[in-house]
Ligand binder design. Structure first.
Ligand SMILES: [Zn+2]
Ligand SMILES: [Zn+2]
Length: 215
């Protein structure tokens, strides 16, 4: 594989929720994306510098405060487009400031993406096309990014190592979430490694075999 097909990944936990803001960039071109800049922009700025990458776009997996709270400011600062999540999460992005106040988080701003994402679309991550899967249940507009050749996915809060996303927040639904995982994520194949919104990465195979929520 040439350098221009190799993606580097850096995980940057942000906010009191220790959300995995994720930097992904192409080894060859040093260009890439910031996924889910929930807050702590000073930490994200430092990570971008350390990575030595330039940012083509910002992506959101869903509209929760710990994932999206810093998106408006980072977008303004970098002057890049913001894409995602699915428009079913618009109500969350419209109320980020209010939600942040409830959690005692400072600096979050409401945001409107430049593009909503939907099932079957492709997005560019470091010059490599990733498929967009719409996986509602944790939030109605949650999306997952996957590239089967790279055997790699970013799943937000849909699926975790040994757990699944909570479904007690507005617009959440547990049965819908499990259906999203079983219908769209498990069929991707056991050898897919995924990064989730909180905690360690895992593989589809490991979760298929051991995740108690998928029995
Ligand atoms: Zn969430
Ligand atoms: Zn989260």
């Amino acid at each position: 594989m040439s350098d221009n097909n190799r993606l580097n990944v850096m995980i940057v936990p942000v906010t009191p929720f220790q959300q995995n803001c994720t930097l992904i960039w192409n080894e060859g071109t040093k260009r890439g994306v910031v996924i889910d800049p929930g807050g702590d922009l000073d930490v994200i700025r430092q990570a971008l510098k350390q990575a030595g990458m330039s940012v083509d776009r910002i992506l959101l997996t869903h509209g929760h405060i710990d994932h999206a709270g810093g998106a408006a400011d980072l977008k303004a600062e970098l002057g890049v487009p913001l894409e995602g999540p699915h428009q079913a999460d618009r109500f969350l992005l419209d109320h980020l400031e209010q939600t942040a106040a409830g959690y005692g988080i400072e600096g979050a701003r409401n945001v409107v993406p430049d593009a909503w994402l939907s099932e079957g679309q492709k997005i560019d991550i470091g010059g490599i096309a990733f498929d967009v899967l719409h996986c509602p249940g944790h939030s109605p507009g949650s999306v997952v990014f996957v590239n089967k050749e790279q055997k790699f996915a970013i799943v937000g809060d849909v699926l975790f190592q040994g757990s699944v996303g909570r479904s007690d927040l507005p617009g959440g639904d547990h049965d819908t979430l499990i259906r999203s995982i079983k219908d769209k994520l498990l069929p991707l194949g056991d050898d897919i490694t995924f990064i989730c919104g909180h905690g360690p990465a895992s593989t589809i195979g490991q979760e298929r075999e051991t995740n108690p929520f998928l029995r």
